[in-house]
Ligand binder design. Structure first.
Ligand code: HEC
Ligand code: HEC
Length: 488
């Protein structure tokens, strides 16, 4: 079983092996020989050897440690700081929810590096807390971070918000959103601007069930509420001549401001990047060994968490795959779960309607992943190492998953495993537990430390929380004192 996996034809893999073989460093194992022991040999050689090897591997993967500094060039202009500041205030202001009790920051909190503070989002009817104590009806999935999202060619757990050009900065082929928006937001300059039109219309996230009217009506209502706040009017007048000339604040202005704030949330200068730029002391020996494991069989993480080309060094192929994540469903929810027991999430099938997309989720971009409180689309794991172990031993992970680490209301229902196992990606179905314990630790160290930009740590983001917001509505209570999880 292992063998067929190791020799799996893969254009990219073959190319990498070839180049490495040509440089005399690495011979791809096309036999029953396990690939991994080579890494042990690497350990025995001098530090210099592993650095040479890793530098070469990174250059093959297109990792040059300079993606962050390229941001403004990709945007084609400097960030508009005044507009970004307006966007920051809006991001934290419950005025954007018709129910006035939630904001973007309610689900994307700075205290959790702009991820969700829960395994599954809680939207409307929350208790104002962002942290483990957040309470209210659960939605369907957890909110991924918005840090670095400006680099993504598509958004959401199933990539259903997409730049057809495979480049969020390029609208020339249109931005595809689910209906009713469709392609209608394609004249905006960046995918994040289009995305910012949608959370406010989502009933369970921000809009609530009482307002009568379609998405456009919801957005007009919000824009007119914002227009009535004099500080927002002044701010928008400074950024947009049509508002200065007396015109109303429109939702497009709001969306542009929010996206501009998101542009300030680029945090892609991690130890790996410093290392790629030539500072060989930026990573520890375990991280370096872990990096080589990440980019090779049998761990083969790079097969889905890619860095080349349109991936913009974000560690995702931005495609959806089924990897059999344990299905959990809350006891109290305002979302409609899938399957006969209403305890499943069919993943990409929900937006494409194609049963072939069942259980598929977008490979998660991995930068700064260690700062998350939970992992996977439903936060089924609360420890990074378990989310990685799951990839290597899907069946075992499913069998041993007790859900005990989850809060009571998320332990009520557990969706079935068997169909999910059958439909899982070949790499998920083949156990890849061939890593030794030490190797596994190295792999975790790489993902945990080398990919973490210290500026994306919750403490480094605290300054972004406004003391008050222009609407005068209460800013959420961001819990910075939640006890760290006991993971290892
Ligand atoms: C109720 C919680 C909630 C609120 C409020 C919320 N989001 Fe989200 N956000 C989510 C969830 C859940 C997802 C993933 C949804 C999915 O994939 O089905 C998401 C996804 C995103 C993404 C895509 C990230 C990626 O990795 O692809 C962006 C960007 C984003 N939200 C921005 C915003 C902005 C801007 C606001 C405010 C206007 C906002 N969100 C409000 C829960 C929320
Ligand atoms: C077959 C494609 C594939 C391969 C190979 C793969 N992953 Fe993933 N990975 C995914 C998908 C898909 C998700 C999201 C699954 C979900 O949320 O349901 C994911 C999620 C993750 C997460 C959780 C991220 C988060 O924000 O919750 C981590 C960590 C991760 N992968 C690390 C790895 C590592 C390390 C390897 C190598 C051992 C690896 N992956 C191999 C597809 C893959």
């Amino acid at each position: 079983m292992f063998r067929s996996f190791a020799v799996r034809p893969s254009a990219r893999g073959a190319w990498v092996s070839l180049v490495l073989a040509a440089s005399g460093i690495w011979l791809a194992a096309c036999s029953d020989e396990p690939v991994v022991p080579l890494i042990e040999e690497i350990e025995d050689t001098s530090g210099l050897a592993i650095d040479q090897e890793l530098q070469l591997q990174l250059s093959l993967m297109g990792i040059d440690g300079r993606i962050e500094e390229r941001f403004t060039a990709m945007l084609g202009r400097e960030i508009d700081q005044a507009l970004a500041e307006t966007g920051r205030l809006l991001f934290f202001d419950p005025i954007l929810s018709i129910t006035q009790d939630n904001s973007c920051s309610g689900c994307h909190g700075p205290n959790v590096s702009f991820n969700d503070s829960k395994s599954i989002s809680i939207g409307i009817q929350n208790n104002g807390v962002v942290g483990p104590g957040r309470d209210g009806p659960f939605n369907l999935r957890r909110a991924p971070t918005i840090i670095n999202a400006a680099f993504y060619p598509n958004l959401m757990w199933d990539g259903r918000f997409a730049a057809e050009s495979l480049d969020g900065f390029d609208n020339s082929q249109g931005f595809r959103l689910p209906q009713p928006e469709g392609y209608s937001l394609s004249d905006l300059d960046h995918l994040l601007m289009a995305q910012a039109f949608t959370p406010v219309t989502d009933k369970i996230e921000m809009a609530g069930f009482d307002f009568k009217g379609d998405n456009d009506a919801i957005r007009s209502e919000i824009a007119s509420r914002v227009d009535q706040v004099s500080e927002y009017r002044t701010r928008f007048a400074e950024s947009f001549p049509e508002v200065a000339a007396g015109g109303p604040v429109r939702y497009e202005h709001i969306a542009r401001a929010i996206a501009e704030f998101e542009f300030t949330l680029i945090r892609a200068d991690a130890p790996l990047d410093q290392y790629a730029r030539g500072d060989t002391a930026a990573m520890t020996p375990p991280e370096k060994r872990g990096a080589l494991l990440f980019f090779r069989d049998p761990a083969a993480c790079f097969e889905c968490h890619i860095t080349l080309g349109y991936a913009n060094q974000m560690f995702s192929d931005f495609e959806s795959h089924a990897i059999g994540v344990p299905q959990i469903a809350p006891s109290e929810t305002n979302a409609v779960f899938d399957g006969p027991g209403y305890d499943e999430d069919f993943g990409r099938e929900r937006s494409t309607g194609d049963t072939g997309d069942r259980y598929k989720f977008r490979s998660t971009p991995l930068r700064n992943v260690a700062y998350q409180p939970t992992f996977m689309h439903n936060g089924a794991f609360v420890c990074l190492d378990n989310s990685i172990r799951h990839h290597l031993e899907m069946r075992e992970s499913l069998e041993s998953f007790s859900g005990e680490h989850l809060e009571y209301r998320l332990r009520a229902k557990r969706g079935p495993d068997e169909d999910m196992i059958q439909l899982a990606h070949e790499l998920a179905r083949i156990p890849r537990g061939r890593l030794t314990l030490d190797q596994f630790e190295d792999l975790v160290a790489f993902v945990e430390i080398s990919l973490s930009d210290p500026d994306a740590h919750p403490d480094a983001l605290r300054y972004l929380i406004p003391a008050s917001v222009p609407s005068g509505l209460p800013v959420h209570d961001f819990d910075y004192d939640a006890p760290p999880r006991e993971c290892r």
